[in-house]
Design a binder for this molecule. Structure first.
Ligand SMILES: [Zn+2]
Ligand SMILES: [Zn+2]
Length: 299
């Protein structure tokens, strides 16, 4: 078949590239973290979020005690960027690879001053790479019903949502303190918290205040979450286990990442070919100035 015009083949002739999560030439609907259920069914993983000003959101941890080496799992992500008209897109950052992370460039933005910027700030006016941000990773259940208002599940309610908790580095100390506090009691697993978020839209999306609020045994969790597990499409025994982080947080391959970055760059009007040398040097050592609030709108 001969395709006419540039950039062919036409979308109707392009088929999903099988398993990669990307779409071989078709614009992706969005980017997220997925887990694979029985029967090879892919499910988008919910990220734990609290609305600005919200109070008393109950959350129960599913992670076991800290691993021996005392390091909680962590990942570097582009967390919550806007794509295809929606916030909440997430891609694992591959900035540690020798070729760098194409998404850093695709999501580049004009410098917005952080509270710790010097006045006047020499970076004003620069277009800077948007580095992924480090997040500490945990699994839990948000015990607050969620009703779908779009999509095939419109009108249905998911009562207790298993979700991934991505803790900003700035809040690590708080969570470590709780881990230590509960270590003698089998770790955080089954520990419940009431989560509250400050009213500022720039406040942490996972809430700014976590207060211990009791605990649940495995048996109690099995009972309480059974119907939600069925709603999700998973046996409850698995539903109350932490995600398999190794699988869940798998990075895109180089071609997958190039494809993803291409779509994001196109939407933001960024050229991935343009020399990024000056912008690279502009952000060296900026990790302490990292501030997600600058680009992310809470939802
Ligand atoms: Zn990146
Ligand atoms: Zn600044």
């Amino acid at each position: 078949m001969v395709y006419r015009g540039s950039g062919g083949p036409p979308p109707s002739q392009v088929h999903a590239s099988g398993g990669s999560g990307l779409y071989g030439g078709q614009k992706p609907f969005g980017f997220g973290i997925y887990e694979v259920l029985e029967g090879n069914k892919k499910k988008k993983v919910s990220l734990f979020r609290v609305n600005a000003g919200e109070k008393n959101v109950p959350f129960v941890f599913l992670d076991e005690a800290l691993p021996k080496e005392k390091a909680a799992p962590a990942v570097r992500v582009h967390d919550g960027f806007k794509f295809n008209g929606k916030f909440g897109n997430t891609v694992i950052c591959v900035g540690h690879r020798p070729e760098g992370c194409p998404m850093d460039k695709a999501l580049e933005r004009k410098h917005k001053c952080f509270p710790n910027c010097k006045q006047p700030c020499p970076r004003v006016g620069n277009r800077e790479l948007s580095r992924g941000s480090w997040r500490w990773v945990a699994t839990g259940i948000k015990m607050q019903p969620f009703t779908y208002n779009v999509g095939p599940k419109k009108g249905e309610t998911w009562e207790y949502q298993r979700c991934l908790l991505l803790v900003p580095d700035a809040q690590y100390e708080d969570f470590m303190a709780y881990r230590e506090q509960f270590e003698g009691q089998g770790g955080l697993r089954g520990k419940m918290f009431k989560v509250q978020r400050g009213s500022l839209p720039t406040s942490s999306k996972i809430g700014t205040s976590w207060r211990p609020a009791g605990s649940m045994t495995d048996e109690e969790m099995m009972d309480k979450f059974e119907s939600s597990a069925a709603f999700y499409g998973m046996p409850v025994e698995q539903y109350i286990r932490p995600y398999d982080y190794e699988k869940l947080l798998k990075e895109y391959t180089k071609p997958e990442m190039a494809d993803a970055a291409k779509w994001v760059a196109a939407e933001y009007g960024v050229s991935l070919e343009a020399s990024g040398e000056e912008t690279v040097s502009a952000v060296v050592g900026s990790d302490e100035a990292e501030d997600d609030a600058a680009t992310e709108v809470p939802f």
